[in-house]
Design a protein around this ligand. Structure first.
Ligand code: SF4
Length: 208
């Protein structure tokens, strides 16, 4: 019998061979996504970065460490309990002006998001957390920036979506001492309330 796990594995193999957009020519590895195939919460970021491109795993660089702290210390569950994916499965090249990874171009998004849409259909999480502007704009079909829409529920095909800041954005804006952390924590608490998850007792200094 087909399970969510076997369906996701089959799609991951298909993605490994994908050449639907130009990013296949510069990638080291595809980054399909990872986590619990039956997760209640699905985190969706923008695209793989350097470490993700090397390892083939989502959110393993500095931003990934911060996301892991948000999940494990903030939400009180192991990272393996949730599912983590991105809008595109191959790393967009570096923007030399910004000296950091650029967001995916519209044609790259158009080519790749059917994979994400299929992942969502398989997992059918109770809640999606959209990390940053590109994933929030795609899921909520809006042109509004993340600062305007974060912290308020939207919906993607019947699934509640909570937009919040991308961990990379937090790191670029003060890191652990960023005032934006408070806003992300606010958004995560709303997600936990919706899920009926208890708020963990967090020791000072541990929270993501
Ligand atoms: S980014 Fe997506 S559509 Fe483009 S080559 Fe990679 S897997 Fe295929």
């Amino acid at each position: 019998m087909e399970t969510n796990e076997s369906r996701l594995l089959g799609m991951a193999e298909e993605v490994e061979r994908c050449d639907k957009c130009r990013l296949c020519t510069t990638r080291t590895r595809t980054v399909f996504g990872e986590g619990n195939p039956d997760a209640e919460v699905l985190f969706i970021g923008e695209g793989p970065g350097k470490q993700e491109d090397i390892t083939g795993r989502p959110f393993v660089g500095r931003a990934g460490e911060l996301l892991t702290r948000i999940i494990e210390f903030g939400m009180g569950v192991p990272r393996s309990e949730v599912y983590i994916a991105n809008l595109v499965k191959c790393r967009p090249t570096v923007d030399m002006n910004l000296m950091r990874d650029r967001p995916p171009d519209p044609d790259e998004l158009q080519a790749c998001v059917p994979y994400l849409m299929a992942q969502i259909d398989i997992i059918r999480p109770r809640v999606i957390v959209a990390l940053g502007s590109p994933s929030s704009k795609f899921l909520l079909a809006t042109t509004s920036g993340i600062t305007r829409i974060r912290g308020r529920w939207g919906e993607y095909r019947g699934i509640p979506v909570m937009p919040t800041y991308h961990p990379s954005y937090l790191l670029r804006n003060g890191g652990d001492s960023s005032p934006l952390k408070r806003e992300v924590w606010h958004d995560i608490k709303i997600v936990m309330e919706r899920l009926g998850w208890p708020l963990p007792r967090i020791k000072r200094g541990e929270k993501g």
